[in-house]
Design a protein around this ligand. Structure first.
Ligand code: AMP
Length: 617
């Protein structure tokens, strides 16, 4: 296995990185470090953040500095103040045992006089944002005549932020004979243009393939109706009790809205966007970096430069317009050899955009169903059990309080005790997820099946007319089940006894009908387990409190035509109109005539027949 020493890294730097915990070089480091130390040509490296690029350019840059000279010799340009500070922090750590080496971060939004003073004292490595550096150049406060190394870090980001003119101008102040490295996660044509304009015979290194997201990241998407995005987000987060992630939104307003809502709903979340003051942004980032915040809701711009290497997830609450922005988002997880998950919550009209991103990064998203309440409850309870297992018990401190509590709970068995501990969490979840709907997007025609609250209309349907009993049957329109079928079934199964029917309501996956009170139980037991074209029937006297819409599976409507074809092709038998007495039976009688006409139609022509009979109506 190659070591940093094999790559030519000097002893003082080796000591520092080994203390940080870098044992062996990452691929980009294996390629870039020896090149920068030994070769003359420039370097273009296509590497995501998280691949170890900072050490790849940082270690050889530090090693090339002549510490006996106080002049600026290396210039590192970063797109944001945060990234600039992060890079400077990393390089300072690497230079811990290198004496006489001074670094300075130069960025906008901070006191320029302090930076000027520091420059005067002598600095060899300057890490800068383009705007502030240009300001210092124009004021004549920085001398770049001795610069021999220039690094453009996150070049595509600098381009996105409109720094291209600033970079051009800065480079015009740097000697021609410098070594230049360009790091970029993606390779838009503008980056190629900068490379060919300013770089000498650049050697290209690709970590992964061009425009590709990090290999260690899985891409998952959930498709919901636009109005359900927030509810889906909550379910996803509930399903991931140990998530440490960034939720990306496109606008500042949505960012604030989502963060405030999450906070209100009891989540450990905060917002990061451009409407906040620099001090507020710094405070939020610090909290997040130190893991004192679980969820950061951010715009892409505000999150630039926030370097956190151990995110478990990034969530795109809205997809970005630019595919590269998605690559940047997802590249924030799965860093430093860890795996990560990038989640997109989309609505049906964003499918095209998603395909576009897939093509661009040459990777597929996996579609997942939004976690169901029972899955979330299970996950949360296991997490609680896990915490119970791992919690540190401070034996000495708790000893004083324990006897009293033990006495109070002594009447409980250990199983009862456990049930009660779990119920503290379980009851809350159960209450919250009662009647929670299925959130996955289904095309308009297919109805939602589970967890739906009964609509007022549906409640109405469950109440019988006076003198009647309402009966539920597990067959509906999607099964090809209509009023005449019900009548036929009753005729066939009640052995000639008169049955008085009332209102019939046919739904997609089930039906409700009225039967004279005296007949209800007889009908229910007579039809129970009867066969309706392969479907075993189930009936019960309907309860006004039951949500039948939620319980009925419903079969695909496409079976209906096929059933009809079979039915009419074979001819209908056993249908007698004489025992239909209610007004619904009358309706059924009309259908009976229609059915007769259909029986005369050739098999396979039922659909045509249906259209004709509609016109006749
Ligand atoms: P970067 O791409 O520079 O942002 O680095 C991503 C993360 O990887 C940072 O947390 C670095 O500290 C870490 N890292 C860089 N090089 C190594 C290495 N050789 N071994 C272990 N971790 C590393």
């Amino acid at each position: 296995m190659t070591t940093f020493k094999d790559l030519g890294v000097r002893e003082d730097l080796l000591r520092a990185i080994s203390e940080i915990g870098y044992e062996s070089p990452m691929p980009v480091q294996e390629k870039v470090i020896p090149h920068l130390l030994n070769e003359d040509s420039d370097v273009v490296a296509l590497a995501q953040t998280g691949t170890g690029k900072t050490a790849a350019f940082g270690l050889p840059t530090l090693q090339r500095v002549d510490t006996s000279s106080p002049t600026v010799q290396a210039l590192i340009l970063d797109p944001t103040r945060e990234l600039c500070l992060q890079t400077c922090r990393d390089l300072t750590d690497y230079a811990k045992y290198t004496s006489g080496l001074n670094l300075l971060a130069v960025y906008g939004g901070s006191n320029i006089e302090v930076q000027i003073k520091a420059l005067r004292r002598g600095v060899q490595v300057v890490v800068a944002t383009p705007g502030r550096l240009l300001d210092l150049i124009k004021r004549g406060k920085i001398d770049l005549a001795n610069v021999n190394t220039v690094i453009l870090d996150e070049a595509d980001e600098m381009l996105n932020m409109g720094f291209v003119d600033d970079i051009n101008e800065i480079l015009s102040h740097v000697p021609e004979q410098r070594k230049m490295l360009l790091f970029s996660a993606t390779m838009p044509p503008e980056i190629s243009a900068i490379a060919s304009r300013y770089m000498h015979n650049p050697q290209e290194y690709v970590v992964g393939s061009r425009n590709e997201g990090a290999q260690t990241v899985r891409h998952i998407y959930y498709m919901v109706n636009a109005r359900d995005k927030y509810a889906a987000l909550k379910r996803i987060v509930d399903y991931l009790p140990n998530i440490y992630g960034i939720i990306f939104c496109r606008t500042r307003a949505t960012t604030q809205e989502v963060a405030s809502q999450l906070l209100e709903d009891g989540y450990d979340a905060d917002a990061l966007h451009g409407d906040l003051s620099q001090a507020q942004r710094d405070a939020v980032m610090k909290k997040f970096r130190e893991h004192n915040l679980q969820l950061l809701v951010a715009t892409d711009v505000a999150a630039r430069g926030l370097d956190v290497s151990d995110l478990t997830h990034v969530i795109s609450f809205s997809l970005p317009d630019d595919n590269d922005v998605y690559i940047h988002r997802s590249g924030r997880t799965g860093r430093a050899g860890k795996t990560g998950v990038s989640i997109a919550i989309i609505h049906s009209r964003e499918r095209g955009k998603l395909r576009d991103i897939e093509k661009h990064m040459q990777k597929q998203f996996e579609r997942r169903d939004v976690p169901k309440p029972e899955d979330i409850i299970e996950k949360q309870l296991f997490n609680l059990a896990d915490r119970l297992e791992k919690v540190e018990v401070k034996e000495d401190d708790i000893a004083d309080y324990l006897p009293g509590v033990v006495k109070k709970l002594s009447w409980l068995s250990s199983e009862d005790l456990l049930k009660r501990v779990l119920s503290l969490e379980f009851n809350r979840l159960l209450e919250y997820y009662k009647n929670a709907p299925v959130l996955d997007y289904v095309p308009e025609k297919k109805q939602r099946k589970k967890y739906e609250k009964p609509s007022p209309q549906e409640k109405d349907r469950r109440t019988a007319e006076p003198g009647y009993e309402r009966v539920y049957i597990n067959a509906g329109k999607a099964d090809g089940f209509f009023a005449p079928d019900l009548i036929q079934l009753i005729n066939a199964n009640t052995h000639g006894q008169r049955v008085d029917l009332g209102r019939i309501d046919l739904m997609s996956g089930y039906s409700l009908f009225d039967v004279r009170q005296a007949d209800a139980h007889r009908v229910v037991s007579a039809l129970k387990n009867a066969d309706f074209y392969g479907k075993r029937l189930y009936l019960e006297v309907a309860s006004p409190d039951k949500n039948y819409a939620a319980e009925s599976g419903g079969q695909p409507a496409m079976n209906r035509a096929e059933r009809r074809r079979r039915e009419f092709g074979a001819g209908r038998k056993g249908r007698t109109a004489d025992r239909r007495t209610s007004r619904d039976a009358e309706r059924g009688f009309k259908r009976g005539k229609k059915a007769q006409r259909a029986a005369e139609a050739p098999a396979g022509n039922y659909d045509k027949f249906k259209k004709k009979s509609k016109r006749r109506k």
